[in-house]
Design a protein around this ligand. Sequence first.
Ligand code: RIB
Length: 297
Amino acid sequence: MARVVVVGSINMDLVTLAPRFPAPGETILGDRFVTVHGGKGANQAVAAARLGAEVALVGALGDDAFGAPLREGLAREGVSLEHVATLAGHSSGTASITVAGGENHIVVVPGANAQVTPAQVERAQAALARADAILVQMEIPLETVEATLRLGHRLGKPVILNPAPAQPLPLDWLKLARYLTPNQHELAILLDATPDEDFLSLMRRAPAPVVLTRGADGAWYRDGGEPTHQSGFPVEAVDTTGAGDTFNAALAVFLHEGVPTAVRKACAAAALSVTRLGAQGGMPTRGELDTLLAAQA
Ligand code: RIB
Protein backbone atom coordinates (compact mmCIF):
# COMPACT_ATOMS: atom_id res chain seq x y z
CA MET A 1 0.00 0.00 0.00
CA ALA A 2 1.48 3.38 -1.04
CA ARG A 3 1.88 5.98 1.71
CA VAL A 4 1.00 9.54 0.69
CA VAL A 5 1.23 12.76 2.70
CA VAL A 6 -0.77 15.75 1.44
CA VAL A 7 0.01 19.28 2.64
CA GLY A 8 -2.85 21.52 1.56
CA SER A 9 -6.21 23.19 1.82
CA ILE A 10 -9.60 22.03 3.06
CA ASN A 11 -12.68 23.88 1.78
CA MET A 12 -16.44 23.71 1.86
CA ASP A 13 -17.54 24.01 -1.78
CA LEU A 14 -20.72 26.07 -2.31
CA VAL A 15 -21.77 24.88 -5.74
CA THR A 16 -24.36 26.53 -7.98
CA LEU A 17 -25.44 24.74 -11.15
CA ALA A 18 -26.46 27.21 -13.82
CA PRO A 19 -27.53 27.00 -17.47
CA ARG A 20 -24.60 29.31 -18.35
CA PHE A 21 -22.13 31.70 -16.69
CA PRO A 22 -23.54 35.19 -16.05
CA ALA A 23 -21.81 38.14 -17.72
CA PRO A 24 -20.24 40.78 -15.38
CA GLY A 25 -23.09 42.77 -13.79
CA GLU A 26 -25.73 40.25 -14.92
CA THR A 27 -28.05 38.19 -12.66
CA ILE A 28 -29.41 34.88 -13.92
CA LEU A 29 -31.49 32.10 -12.32
CA GLY A 30 -29.58 28.93 -11.43
CA ASP A 31 -30.86 25.34 -11.49
CA ARG A 32 -29.60 23.89 -8.21
CA PHE A 33 -27.37 24.56 -5.18
CA VAL A 34 -25.32 21.98 -3.26
CA THR A 35 -22.77 22.13 -0.45
CA VAL A 36 -19.99 19.54 -0.91
CA HIS A 37 -16.58 18.90 0.59
CA GLY A 38 -13.56 20.19 -1.34
CA GLY A 39 -10.27 22.05 -1.20
CA LYS A 40 -7.31 20.91 -3.26
CA GLY A 41 -5.49 19.32 -0.32
CA ALA A 42 -8.54 17.50 1.03
CA ASN A 43 -9.56 16.40 -2.47
CA GLN A 44 -6.14 14.93 -3.18
CA ALA A 45 -6.13 13.19 0.20
CA VAL A 46 -9.59 11.67 -0.41
CA ALA A 47 -8.75 10.60 -3.97
CA ALA A 48 -5.53 8.91 -2.83
CA ALA A 49 -7.37 7.13 0.01
CA ARG A 50 -10.09 5.84 -2.37
CA LEU A 51 -7.32 4.49 -4.61
CA GLY A 52 -6.05 2.42 -1.69
CA ALA A 53 -3.24 4.55 -0.26
CA GLU A 54 -2.53 5.20 3.41
CA VAL A 55 -2.95 8.98 3.57
CA ALA A 56 -2.09 11.71 6.08
CA LEU A 57 -3.19 15.32 5.61
CA VAL A 58 -1.46 18.43 6.98
CA GLY A 59 -3.89 21.37 7.04
CA ALA A 60 -6.25 23.54 9.07
CA LEU A 61 -9.98 24.02 9.65
CA GLY A 62 -11.92 26.80 11.34
CA ASP A 63 -14.17 26.31 14.37
CA ASP A 64 -17.21 27.47 12.35
CA ALA A 65 -20.19 25.40 11.19
CA PHE A 66 -18.16 23.91 8.30
CA GLY A 67 -15.16 22.73 10.34
CA ALA A 68 -16.69 19.69 12.07
CA PRO A 69 -18.44 18.18 9.02
CA LEU A 70 -15.31 18.65 6.91
CA ARG A 71 -13.23 16.83 9.56
CA GLU A 72 -15.82 14.03 9.83
CA GLY A 73 -15.92 13.62 6.04
CA LEU A 74 -12.14 13.21 5.84
CA ALA A 75 -12.16 10.77 8.77
CA ARG A 76 -14.86 8.67 7.04
CA GLU A 77 -12.60 8.39 3.99
CA GLY A 78 -9.84 7.00 6.22
CA VAL A 79 -7.52 10.04 5.99
CA SER A 80 -5.26 10.49 9.04
CA LEU A 81 -6.04 13.89 10.61
CA GLU A 82 -3.39 14.02 13.34
CA HIS A 83 -1.85 17.05 11.59
CA VAL A 84 -5.09 18.89 10.78
CA ALA A 85 -5.54 21.76 13.24
CA THR A 86 -8.88 23.30 14.25
CA LEU A 87 -8.26 27.02 14.78
CA ALA A 88 -10.44 28.97 17.20
CA GLY A 89 -11.81 32.22 15.81
CA HIS A 90 -11.12 31.29 12.16
CA SER A 91 -13.57 30.38 9.42
CA SER A 92 -12.95 27.26 7.35
CA GLY A 93 -11.90 27.69 3.73
CA THR A 94 -14.72 28.10 1.23
CA ALA A 95 -14.98 27.87 -2.54
CA SER A 96 -17.90 29.51 -4.36
CA ILE A 97 -18.24 27.45 -7.51
CA THR A 98 -20.50 27.95 -10.51
CA VAL A 99 -20.85 24.94 -12.82
CA ALA A 100 -22.26 25.42 -16.32
CA GLY A 101 -21.92 23.11 -19.30
CA GLY A 102 -19.47 20.84 -17.47
CA GLU A 103 -17.03 23.75 -16.85
CA ASN A 104 -16.55 25.74 -13.64
CA HIS A 105 -15.67 29.16 -12.23
CA ILE A 106 -14.24 29.17 -8.67
CA VAL A 107 -13.55 31.84 -6.04
CA VAL A 108 -11.69 30.53 -2.98
CA VAL A 109 -11.60 32.31 0.39
CA PRO A 110 -8.73 30.60 2.28
CA GLY A 111 -9.91 31.17 5.90
CA ALA A 112 -7.99 28.74 8.15
CA ASN A 113 -5.98 27.47 5.17
CA ALA A 114 -4.03 30.74 5.34
CA GLN A 115 -2.79 29.65 8.79
CA VAL A 116 -1.10 26.40 7.73
CA THR A 117 2.46 27.07 8.87
CA PRO A 118 5.95 25.74 8.09
CA ALA A 119 6.10 24.71 11.77
CA GLN A 120 3.08 22.45 11.22
CA VAL A 121 4.92 20.75 8.34
CA GLU A 122 8.01 20.31 10.55
CA ARG A 123 5.82 18.71 13.23
CA ALA A 124 4.63 16.21 10.60
CA GLN A 125 8.21 15.23 9.75
CA ALA A 126 7.80 11.62 10.91
CA ALA A 127 4.82 11.17 8.55
CA LEU A 128 6.73 12.75 5.66
CA ALA A 129 9.72 10.52 6.38
CA ARG A 130 7.48 7.42 6.01
CA ALA A 131 5.81 8.64 2.79
CA ASP A 132 6.33 7.20 -0.68
CA ALA A 133 5.15 10.51 -2.16
CA ILE A 134 4.27 13.99 -0.88
CA LEU A 135 1.68 16.24 -2.53
CA VAL A 136 1.45 20.01 -2.08
CA GLN A 137 -0.63 22.69 -3.84
CA MET A 138 -0.88 26.48 -3.56
CA GLU A 139 -4.05 27.25 -1.58
CA ILE A 140 -1.88 27.52 1.56
CA PRO A 141 0.82 30.12 2.35
CA LEU A 142 3.77 30.02 -0.05
CA GLU A 143 6.23 29.81 2.85
CA THR A 144 4.54 26.52 3.78
CA VAL A 145 4.80 25.28 0.19
CA GLU A 146 8.51 26.10 0.33
CA ALA A 147 8.91 24.35 3.70
CA THR A 148 7.25 21.22 2.29
CA LEU A 149 9.53 21.22 -0.76
CA ARG A 150 12.62 21.71 1.40
CA LEU A 151 11.71 19.10 4.01
CA GLY A 152 10.66 16.54 1.38
CA HIS A 153 13.90 17.12 -0.50
CA ARG A 154 15.97 16.84 2.69
CA LEU A 155 14.25 13.53 3.49
CA GLY A 156 14.87 12.26 -0.07
CA LYS A 157 11.12 11.95 -0.78
CA PRO A 158 9.45 12.74 -4.12
CA VAL A 159 7.43 15.94 -3.73
CA ILE A 160 4.76 16.56 -6.38
CA LEU A 161 4.04 20.28 -6.58
CA ASN A 162 0.61 20.98 -8.07
CA PRO A 163 1.00 24.71 -8.77
CA ALA A 164 -2.67 25.64 -8.47
CA PRO A 165 -3.85 28.33 -8.22
CA ALA A 166 -0.70 29.39 -10.10
CA GLN A 167 1.68 32.24 -9.43
CA PRO A 168 5.34 32.66 -10.37
CA LEU A 169 7.68 30.83 -7.97
CA PRO A 170 11.47 31.10 -7.50
CA LEU A 171 13.32 28.63 -9.74
CA ASP A 172 15.28 27.24 -6.79
CA TRP A 173 11.99 26.15 -5.15
CA LEU A 174 10.78 24.50 -8.33
CA LYS A 175 14.03 22.53 -8.61
CA LEU A 176 13.18 20.83 -5.31
CA ALA A 177 10.04 19.24 -6.78
CA ARG A 178 10.23 15.73 -8.23
CA TYR A 179 7.33 16.64 -10.53
CA LEU A 180 5.44 19.82 -11.34
CA THR A 181 1.83 19.11 -12.34
CA PRO A 182 0.36 22.28 -13.88
CA ASN A 183 -2.09 22.67 -16.69
CA GLN A 184 -0.90 24.72 -19.65
CA HIS A 185 -2.17 28.02 -18.24
CA GLU A 186 -0.61 27.37 -14.81
CA LEU A 187 2.76 26.42 -16.34
CA ALA A 188 2.91 29.73 -18.24
CA ILE A 189 2.18 31.67 -15.02
CA LEU A 190 4.59 29.58 -12.95
CA LEU A 191 7.47 30.27 -15.35
CA ASP A 192 6.42 33.90 -15.94
CA ALA A 193 6.23 33.15 -19.68
CA THR A 194 4.78 35.26 -22.49
CA PRO A 195 1.33 34.04 -23.61
CA ASP A 196 2.64 32.99 -27.05
CA GLU A 197 5.19 30.41 -25.79
CA ASP A 198 3.78 26.94 -26.47
CA PHE A 199 3.47 24.39 -23.67
CA LEU A 200 5.99 21.92 -25.13
CA SER A 201 8.67 24.59 -25.13
CA LEU A 202 7.71 25.55 -21.56
CA MET A 203 7.96 21.90 -20.52
CA ARG A 204 11.45 21.67 -22.02
CA ARG A 205 12.73 24.69 -20.11
CA ALA A 206 11.00 24.03 -16.77
CA PRO A 207 13.52 23.55 -13.94
CA ALA A 208 11.93 20.24 -12.85
CA PRO A 209 10.19 17.35 -14.65
CA VAL A 210 6.66 18.30 -15.70
CA VAL A 211 3.47 16.27 -15.95
CA LEU A 212 1.10 18.63 -17.73
CA THR A 213 -2.65 18.02 -17.56
CA ARG A 214 -4.74 18.70 -20.67
CA GLY A 215 -8.30 17.92 -19.57
CA ALA A 216 -10.10 15.62 -22.01
CA ASP A 217 -6.91 15.41 -24.10
CA GLY A 218 -5.09 13.58 -21.27
CA ALA A 219 -1.60 14.64 -20.27
CA TRP A 220 1.96 15.24 -21.45
CA TYR A 221 4.97 14.27 -19.38
CA ARG A 222 8.67 14.96 -19.60
CA ASP A 223 11.32 13.50 -17.33
CA GLY A 224 14.56 14.27 -19.09
CA GLY A 225 13.85 13.34 -22.73
CA GLU A 226 11.24 14.69 -25.11
CA PRO A 227 7.64 15.33 -23.94
CA THR A 228 5.38 12.27 -24.33
CA HIS A 229 1.61 12.32 -24.75
CA GLN A 230 -0.91 10.16 -22.85
CA SER A 231 -4.40 10.24 -24.36
CA GLY A 232 -7.41 11.00 -22.22
CA PHE A 233 -10.20 8.49 -21.53
CA PRO A 234 -13.44 9.57 -23.23
CA VAL A 235 -16.31 10.18 -20.78
CA GLU A 236 -19.40 12.40 -20.51
CA ALA A 237 -18.32 15.33 -18.27
CA VAL A 238 -20.85 16.39 -15.63
CA ASP A 239 -18.51 18.47 -13.42
CA THR A 240 -14.76 18.90 -13.95
CA THR A 241 -14.17 20.26 -10.41
CA GLY A 242 -11.57 18.07 -8.69
CA ALA A 243 -10.35 16.33 -11.86
CA GLY A 244 -6.87 17.83 -11.43
CA ASP A 245 -6.85 16.76 -7.77
CA THR A 246 -7.78 13.19 -8.70
CA PHE A 247 -5.03 13.20 -11.33
CA ASN A 248 -2.42 14.35 -8.80
CA ALA A 249 -3.52 11.82 -6.21
CA ALA A 250 -3.33 8.92 -8.68
CA LEU A 251 0.09 10.09 -9.89
CA ALA A 252 1.34 9.99 -6.29
CA VAL A 253 -0.27 6.62 -5.51
CA PHE A 254 1.11 4.90 -8.63
CA LEU A 255 4.44 6.74 -8.94
CA HIS A 256 6.33 3.63 -7.83
CA GLU A 257 5.05 1.86 -11.00
CA GLY A 258 6.97 4.35 -13.18
CA VAL A 259 5.82 7.60 -14.73
CA PRO A 260 4.21 6.26 -17.95
CA THR A 261 1.98 3.86 -15.98
CA ALA A 262 1.26 6.41 -13.25
CA VAL A 263 0.25 9.05 -15.83
CA ARG A 264 -2.02 6.57 -17.67
CA LYS A 265 -3.74 5.63 -14.41
CA ALA A 266 -3.96 9.30 -13.42
CA CYS A 267 -5.71 10.14 -16.71
CA ALA A 268 -8.18 7.29 -16.20
CA ALA A 269 -8.92 8.31 -12.59
CA ALA A 270 -9.38 11.95 -13.59
CA ALA A 271 -11.78 10.92 -16.38
CA LEU A 272 -13.92 8.95 -13.92
CA SER A 273 -13.93 11.88 -11.50
CA VAL A 274 -15.74 14.21 -13.92
CA THR A 275 -18.69 11.87 -14.41
CA ARG A 276 -20.40 12.89 -11.14
CA LEU A 277 -21.19 16.19 -9.42
CA GLY A 278 -18.83 17.65 -6.81
CA ALA A 279 -15.06 17.63 -6.43
CA GLN A 280 -15.08 14.41 -4.41
CA GLY A 281 -18.35 12.98 -5.82
CA GLY A 282 -16.81 11.20 -8.80
CA MET A 283 -13.42 10.25 -7.37
CA PRO A 284 -13.05 6.55 -8.16
CA THR A 285 -12.25 3.64 -5.89
CA ARG A 286 -9.37 1.36 -6.83
CA GLY A 287 -11.92 -1.17 -8.15
CA GLU A 288 -13.63 1.39 -10.40
CA LEU A 289 -10.27 2.49 -11.78
CA ASP A 290 -9.17 -1.09 -12.46
CA THR A 291 -12.45 -1.76 -14.31
CA LEU A 292 -11.92 1.22 -16.64
CA LEU A 293 -8.27 0.33 -17.25
CA ALA A 294 -9.16 -3.28 -18.02
CA ALA A 295 -11.85 -2.15 -20.48
CA GLN A 296 -9.34 0.08 -22.30
CA ALA A 297 -6.39 -2.36 -22.24
O1 RIB B 1 -9.50 21.69 -7.34
C1 RIB B 1 -10.85 21.84 -6.98
C2 RIB B 1 -10.97 22.57 -5.70
O2 RIB B 1 -10.52 23.88 -5.89
C3 RIB B 1 -12.39 22.71 -5.18
O3 RIB B 1 -12.80 21.63 -4.39
C4 RIB B 1 -12.35 24.03 -4.45
O4 RIB B 1 -12.44 23.89 -3.07
C5 RIB B 1 -11.05 24.69 -4.86
O5 RIB B 1 -10.15 24.62 -3.85
